[in-house]
Design a protein around this ligand. Structure first.
Ligand SMILES: N[C@@H](CCC(=O)N[C@@H](CS)C(=O)NCC(=O)O)C(=O)O
Length: 288
């Protein structure tokens, strides 16, 4: 790896590039191996991992249950660093081989839903929840949901990757994506100065999409010391909004599902029943 690279006329793969995800990066789509996905007892089957994209959906499912909806679900662990997303069963649910992916067996024939924003919208419409009924507020929720889907790759794939994961620290790349991450945080901060939630007074799927990324980075929960590097203290309105949402019991449960790192008491590798939060976390399983 050097800083005087001249791209050849046609790119070709040279093998692992040494990055944190080099073992799963590949230039082609499709399955690498045959593997069926497990199916549990609930209508909704989630295949995921507790990255910010995965947490959006488990937060939504726990919020639906908390609000009394019949949204029971099984959450199965997809270990992306071991290539589970390239199994034939997973690719049939999401041809893009990325978590989260959902199957709804409550409809005939069973329906696949992929892309976290699509899953949030699907669940919001299915249960008639967390999407404002008022057309103006609903449009605002959709504006911010789509903003998140377009913007987060700059925060995660751009800033997070080059600041925390790349095998070399490239000043140009870190500079470019830090500038954009800070600009996006300022977009949110200005909006949240005048709005309690993203779509106004009502907590919605737009908040659930944005919180695990931008909320968590401001709270110092993503990419090591990124909050210090980004001078996150200046985004006070984002922090106020983060803290209000972080206090919700459904959010506290949602971020534990399919989590494989951090405090063992906060890791629920698979979720099949509400009682799993009390009985199946890694501190309890490890002690069995
Ligand atoms: N736009 C997609 C992005 C999903 C995504 O990037 N998932 C990552 C984890 S956060 C993944 O599965 N990566 C595995 C891989 O790239 O092979 C969504 O929002 O659902």
């Amino acid at each position: 790896m050097s800083d005087d690279y001249t791209p050849p006329q046609v790119w070709s793969q040279k093998g692992a590039n040494g990055g944190q995800f080099s073992n799963i990066n590949r230039p082609v789509a499709g399955p690498t191996h045959d593997k069926d996905l497990p199916v549990g007892n609930h209508a909704l089957q989630l295949y995921s991992l507790a990255t910010p994209n995965g947490q959006k959906v488990t937060i939504m499912l726990e919020e639906l249950l908390e609000a009394g909806h019949d949204a029971g679900y099984d959450a199965w662990l997809i270990r992306i660093n071991e290539g589970d997303q390239f199994g034939s069963g997973f690719v049939a649910v999401n041809p893009n081989s990325k978590i989260p992916a959902l199957m709804d067996h409550g409809v005939t024939p069973p329906r696949r839903v992929f892309e976290s924003g699509s899953i949030l919208l699907y669940l919001a419409e299915k249960f008639g929840a967390f999407l404002p009924a008022d057309p103006a507020a609903r449009t605002e929720a959709m504006n911010w949901l789509f903003w998140q889907m377009g913007s987060a790759p700059f925060l995660g794939g751009g800033f997070g990757h080059f600041y925390a994961y790349a095998p070399v620290k490239v000043e140009y790349a870190i500079d470019r994506y830090t500038m954009e991450a800070k600009r996006q945080l300022d977009v949110l901060n200005r909006h949240l100065a005048d709005n309690r939630f993203m779509a106004g007074e009502e907590y919605s799927i737009a908040d659930m999409a944005i919180w695990p990324w931008y909320g968590q980075v401001v709270a110092g929960k993503l990419y090591g010391d990124a909050a210090t590097f980004l001078d996150a203290g200046i985004y006070g309105h984002v922090r106020r909004w983060h803290d209000e949402i972080a206090a919700r019991p459904a959010v506290q449960r949602g971020i534990m599902v399919n989590k494989t790192s951090g405090e063992p008491s906060q890791q629920l590798w698979e979720r099949h029943d509400a009682s799993d939060f009390q009985t199946r976390t890694q501190d309890k399983i490890g002690a069995e």
